[in-house]
Design a protein around this ligand. Structure first.
Ligand SMILES: Cc1cc2nc3c(=O)[nH]c(=O)nc-3n(C[C@H](O)[C@H](O)[C@H](O)COP(=O)(O)OP(=O)(O)OC[C@H]3O[C@@H](n4cnc5c(N)ncnc54)[C@H](O)[C@@H]3O)c2cc1C
Ligand SMILES: NC(=O)c1ccc[n+]([C@@H]2O[C@H](COP(=O)([O-])OP(=O)(O)OC[C@H]3O[C@@H](n4cnc5c(N)ncnc54)[C@H](O)[C@@H]3O)[C@@H](O)[C@H]2O)c1
Length: 467
């Protein structure tokens, strides 16, 4: 029986464990905090639960236009309930995952794992486990999966204190909503929290080191978000690199590299994550971490060392729960000799959970504009969609990209309140190489937001006729 030890019980680790156990391996997961990992306990699941509350308030904006009279100023947020829900749901999901993997026969150890090989180059590996309670033990492994995830990056001049300078894992201990939140960093994490606190009625200033929010996302989508921010009174300081954040009598002062100073009551640090690869004894097996400390893997999650695989955020491939899970599963299929297709990153669907949401799949507009990928594109503003008009939705659009000659769908972007759900038909088309004609001839419900996807297909087909 193949002995598999998995370091880390996040999506990469626990999904791998399920696959390995189902294929008859002897599997042990060693997880420092709790099953589900940082994804379930501190990052993805808590943030999305928090955002559900902000979404409920965001939905009230258009109500008066629909004849439903509410007074936004009169709504209040019961932060204890919001945070209680966030933490409760995370713990419940972690417990569910633990029960699930144990049902499959996986041994779960809560503790720290690190390599313990006597020297690099051995065919089998040893993992030293220091459990939270009990004595350390050494596990023998034919295969080890490193799935140790990542941790919030700390700027030396802005070390979180959990009171006024916070990282995103500390937010849910706040007793009151901040008066004025400075969000440092405008990547996906920064944008999501900036949007959530904005919709909860908090004054927010986003500090973006670039000339826009969401520098790695679709530029038109980022522009929609900036427009919404501006309507809600959320400021975006652009080309603003925070050098340090200091506590003041009233709150914090964010000192920017160009000398500007932004005063706020609290600062939320969202300047990225660093991989948890420093203290796991990589030198014992001869793995040299790559740039930024990430572990280099190939498309079936192999490291440079036989019998050692890595998956998820510690590889820096695409820091998404869905990608981590897939890398973990692929690692186990490969290690156990099952037929496996290498991971395909061009078909990954992702969503930024702002209000409105921004969902993307496949080739980006930027790759098309730069000439890297030849494609034809169409962009339909939501304002042209009957259902959106009925619902009073103004902000958003659907974009579709296809190959010039064949009409095969290669990507798309949806900006809408439920973009994470609406992207699926485009993701299906990209994954299965469907054409714009397939989309165009598919019945969508009338009236529906997804009607814009089939309409986009028709517009690209019409373009075919004109060529
Ligand atoms: C705020 C935020 C929101 C996000 N939202 C989304 C989202 O909506 N959708 C999405 O797809 N992705 C989202 N992500 C990304 C997603 O959370 C990560 O991609 C995912 O957690 C990666 O899973 P993982 O298994 O690699 O690592 P993790 O979830 O980080 O789990 C790794 C685990 O390993 C443990 N560990 C580390 N070292 C050791 C050791 N030596 N021994 C034992 N255990 C160890 C860690 O404590 C951790 O629990 C979000 C990220 C952030 C920061
Ligand atoms: N909904 C989701 O799926 C979701 C949500 C959150 C995070 N994630 C994933 O997690 C990963 C990390 O995202 P992230 O947003 O946490 O990190 P990131 O590294 O993508 O963004 C951090 C941003 O902070 C900026 N920055 C760094 N130092 C700064 C400074 N001193 N002053 C001002 N700005 C500074 C960087 O330029 C960058 O734009 C991404 O791959 C993302 O996809 C996914």
């Amino acid at each position: 029986m193949t002995r598999i030890v998995i370091m880390g019980g996040g999506p990469a680790g626990y999904e791998a464990a399920l696959v390995a156990a189902q294929h008859g391996a002897n599997v042990t997961i060693v997880e420092r905090d709790g099953l589900g990992g940082a994804c379930v306990l501190y990052d993805c699941v808590p943030s999305k639960t928090f955002i559900a509350s902000s979404g409920a308030r965001a939905a009230m904006h258009g109500l008066s236009e629909l004849g439903v009279v509410t007074d936004m100023a009169d709504t209040s947020i019961d932060l204890r309930t919001v945070h209680g829900r966030v933490k409760g749901l995370a713990l419940a999901q972690s417990a569910d995952i633990r029960a699930r993997v144990q049902r499959e026969g996986v041994r779960v150890i809560i503790g720290e794992a690190r390599f313990h090989d006597a020297e690099p180059g051995l065919a089998q590996h040893k993992v030293l486990v220091t459990p939270r309670s009990g004595d350390p033990e050494v596990l023998d492994a034919d295969v080890v999966l490193i799935a140790t995830g990542a941790t919030p990056r700390v700027l030396p001049g802005a070390v979180p204190d959990g009171e006024r300078i916070l990282d995103w894992r500390q937010l849910y201990d706040m007793r009151e909503l901040p008066e004025h939140l400075a969000v440092i960093g405008s990547g996906v994490t920064g944008a999501e929290f900036a949007s959530a606190y904005t919709e909860l009625g908090v004054k927010v200033t986003v500090v973006s080191s670039r000339d826009r929010v969401l520098p790695h996302e679709d530029a038109d989508a980022a522009a929609v978000l900036e427009e919404v921010f501006s309507q809600r009174g959320t400021a975006v300081a652009k080309r603003a690199r925070a050098e340090r954040v200091e506590r003041t009598e009233k709150g914090v002062a964010v000192h920017l590299a160009d000398g500007r100073v932004i005063e706020a009551s609290h600062a939320l640090m969202t300047v990225g994550s660093i991989p948890n690869t420093q203290d796991i004894g990589l030198d014992r097996v001869g793995i040299e971490p790559g740039p930024g400390g990430f572990i280099t893997v190939d498309r079936v999650s192999r490291t440079s060392v036989p019998g050692v695989y890595a998956a998820g955020d510690c590889t820096g491939v695409l820091m998404l729960a869905s990608v981590a899970s897939m890398q973990g599963r692929i690692a186990m299929w490969h290690a156990l000799g099952e037929g496996v297709a290498p991971i395909k990153l061009k078909t990954v669907a992702a969503n930024v959970f702002t209000h409105p949401e921004i969902a993307t799949v496949g080739i980006s507009q930027q790759a098309i504009d730069s000439g890297e990928v030849p494609a034809r594109t169409v962009m339909l503003p939501l304002a042209t969609n009957a259902r959106a008009k009925m619902e009073g939705l103004r902000h958003g659009f659907v974009k579709l990209f296809c190959r010039p000659a064949t009409g095969v769908v290669v990507g798309g972007v949806v900006v809408a309140p439920s973009a994470s759900e609406l992207i699926l038909p485009i993701a299906l088309a990209v994954q299965n190489q469907l054409t714009v004609e397939h989309l165009a001839l598919t019945f969508s419900v009338y009236p529906s937001l997804s009607g814009s996807i089939t309409e986009a297909g028709r517009q690209l087909m019409r373009h075919d006729d004109l060529d």
